[in-house]
Design a protein around this ligand. Sequence first.
Ligand code: PMT
Length: 400
Amino acid sequence: MHIIVGITGGIAAYKTPELVRLLVKAGHEVRCAVTEHALQFTTRATLETVSSNPLYSDLFAGNDHGTEHISLKDWADWMIVAPATANCIGKMANGIADDALSTLLLAMPTQRVLLAPAMNSQMWNHPSVQHNLEVLHQWGVHTVGPESGVLACGTDGIGRMAEPVAIADKIRDLAASSTTITPQRRLANQRWLVTAGPTYERIDSVRFIGNYSSGKMGYALAEALAKAGAEVELVSGPTALGDIDSPNVNITRIESAREMYAAATRLFPSCHGAILSAAVADYRPESTADHKLKKQGDKGMTLHLVQNPDILATLGSMKGTGQTLVGFALETDNEMANATGKLQRKHLDYIVMNSLRDAGAGFGFDTNKVSIIAADGQITESPLLSKKEIAELIINTVTN
Ligand code: PMT
């Protein structure tokens, strides 16, 4: 499972690295998130070492959109907060998100949160803390502890954080009995290949043959697959798009059709499926000059082109049992017949047809309109939607 361990500012935070160690030992991938005060009781270096992942502590560090809490929430199956202070519990119960951890906590579905409260007995027994916990329980938040014993302040009473082993056991039991994970992460343990963007076929050292693909459709597909829990291998042609903010997406950047072919044929055998949305150049110049070609007086210029390998058709011939292969068809006329022809010739399970005759569909737009044609002839039509929504529709259709 993917587990976020949140740590707030209580003395029990010194025990949390042991919890992280137990979770990692049990085979989980763990990312830690802290409040500023938590780092008074434990250290960044300790948490990063035991989790083998960078610490999440600042809403805006390294990400000027401040959206890491959303990608982390999409990545995680569960979030544990240990210790959870009275302040953290109060903020969650009252919808306050004023730092990295509390923002992440509000972004998580409540049924996937486990709190391990820890505080002084009088604080624990305070009506406001008990009221906040009652509210959180009603919303489906889980808790473990606190236990009784000697507290940091020297008094004896309730308020000690549950032991790391008890917290690890609780999350194991919750996960075993949970029905909340499946819909969010139904592609967990699957690996998918996506191609995106254009290819550039070099003419000389400064010119190329390319096309208008922006990569938006392919990147939206990669994000939607990652959100559904899959590990994604995204093979991308040159685009203006930055990296996808998800630890589940691995990007291989290529330039030409032959480079895309090499990457896709290497990656496909280890994947459950592939969605090829790239606009691959069918032809490339027979030869490439390693210098800038000069004008030849008033004469025209002839460029001799040779055919590129067809990546989709090759994957169709490689396809093994249990693998799903999805192609795209960008058409301008006779759309359904052309797309169905490609589906059959290239041995696909589905083809996604988009037509340049539909306003707002195809190259460059943030929107698209598609017909998803299955090998058995079933057709799913979409209205004009954002490429993000189209990606979700495609993934729901081809993985069900
Ligand atoms: O990137 P955007 O700006 O968001 O635009 C998205 C898109 C319009 C590029 C996308 O929705 C789309 O239609 N992609 C396929 C474009 C295309 O090249 O279609 P095609 O009909 O020529 O190719 C059919 C299929 O074969 C495609 O899956 C293509 O990736 C694949 N192909 C084509 C040629 C080749 N040599 N190898 C291939 O794998």
